[in-house]
Design a protein. Structure first.
Length: 202
């Protein structure tokens, strides 16, 4: 890995609050022709999004050509290699995540070891999320919560871009609300999805 003549920014993120999913670090880089990283094995999930140019990502004996508006996911404990194109070297941003439910979020983006590539049409939007996180990397509880919020926005956009269908069994709970007054009871009926509807008294 030769860092000569590359533009590189990187921030490590501290987390002491969240467990389901959280940011480990993130960064951005403008690569020179044929700049490469690896072969290497990571211990975390690492997302790269190409914001300019093109390059190649190698994983599981496959070579994936990546261009602006596309991204790739590096899985933990897997040998990977990636390299900038000789004529149109890429720029990319990256974010590493960990947590007890990382796989759940990545599945909603449509990602798997068999399909580690995803689409991200609005690269400026993603780049702004990464920049926002990097600007809030000073240790504080408020920054931890702020960064988690930005991460949720980033993941939400990637899920939206993947057009992931909403499953029928993922139903939102609804209620019958009853307001009690001295002289009457007012019932407000909201759309029903459950067989047994809970009743909340206000």
């Amino acid at each position: 890995m030769d860092m000569k003549n590359t533009t590189y920014s990187y921030s490590e993120i501290s987390n002491s609050i969240f467990k389901n999913i959280y940011t480990l670090f993130c960064g951005k880089q403008d690569c020179t022709p044929l700049y490469s990283f690896g072969p290497a094995i990571r211990e975390y999930h690492l997302l790269h999004i190409c914001t300019k140019g093109s390059g190649s990502f190698y994983a599981n004996d496959y070579r994936y050509h990546i261009k602006k508006g596309q991204g790739f996911l590096i899985y933990p404990n897997e040998l990977t290699f990636y390299q900038a194109d000789e004529h149109t070297p890429w720029s990319y941003v990256w974010i590493a995540v960990s947590g007890e439910e990382v796989e759940k979020f990545l599945t909603l983006i449509g990602l798997s070891k068999q399909n580690p590539i995803f689409h991200c049409p609005d690269t400026e939007r993603i780049a702004s999320y990464i920049e926002d996180i990097m600007q809030h990397n000073t240790l504080s509880y408020s920054n931890e919560i702020y960064i988690e919020g930005v991460l949720m926005q980033l993941l939400s956009y990637l899920i939206e871009s993947a057009n992931t269908p909403y499953k029928e069994d993922q139903k939102v709970q609804t209620f019958i609300l009853i307001k009690q007054f001295p002289t009457f009871i007012k019932t407000i009926k909201i759309r029903l999805q459950f067989r047994k509807l809970p009743i909340i008294f206000l």
